[in-house]
Design a protein around this ligand. Sequence first.
Ligand SMILES: [Zn+2]
Ligand SMILES: [Zn+2]
Length: 274
Amino acid sequence: MADYRKSSPHCHSTLCDGKNTLQEMASAACAQGLETLGFTGHSHTPCDLEYCMTPSRTGLYQATITKLKTEYRGKVDILCGLEWDQFSDENPAAYDYWIGSVHYLRGPKTGKYYEIDWRPQDLKDCIDHDFGGDGLAMAQAYFRSVAEVAAKKPDILGHFDLIKKLNCTGAYFDENSPRYKAAAEAALAIANENECLLEINTGGVYRGFRNDFYPSFWILEAWQKLGGKVIITADAHTTDSLTFGYEDAAQLAKSAGFSEVQVLTAEGFVPCAI
Ligand SMILES: [Zn+2]
Ligand SMILES: [Zn+2]
């Protein structure tokens, strides 16, 4: 019987923007009693200058994980996944499984790529220079991008409403606006058609950006009504956050009406009662 507390399917390392090496993450997963550790390094993405894996690092990533799979056999099942970005030039089908994510918006006017989850100034520039100062128009474009990724049928759709990351105080747009909600609902419908797993991602809370997980509770409720499935992930960038917030995430899923979550195992995704 799979236990959602013993599987961490969304993990980074120093080969992208994580703080610990692949080896340190594997060793910590073992010490913490995990049964499954799924690495999901950021895919090579030509527009990225900061946190994705370079082609040579991607080779090292795959080779190191192959070794770790052997080293930890019988202790922790290690999987070589990928967090594939919308603008990546990699083929995610070459990995054990993949998360499809949007981290950038391409400005419709300037053609510039904006990292939407890092510098407040980038988000502001994106709104001002490419969306006429209308933050909600940017959020709508973001959810259209999420729908495009969902249509590619990733195993997991990454941090569904990442666009809210820097919007904790509501400075850029109103998350309760009907325009925002309609945009999110439209993306959710495409995710449902393509049978994506939606992650309840605790990473933004661990890193202090938000007080709530991705996705927001109302989105989780809407997803449950559509009959969608969820998986709990920590988007771990450190050894001490491999299962951060899992109990709270499971409670949240329960409150939204779910009776089970999916769990990544060596045999694939399996249901687990919560
Ligand atoms: Zn991501
Ligand atoms: Zn991630």
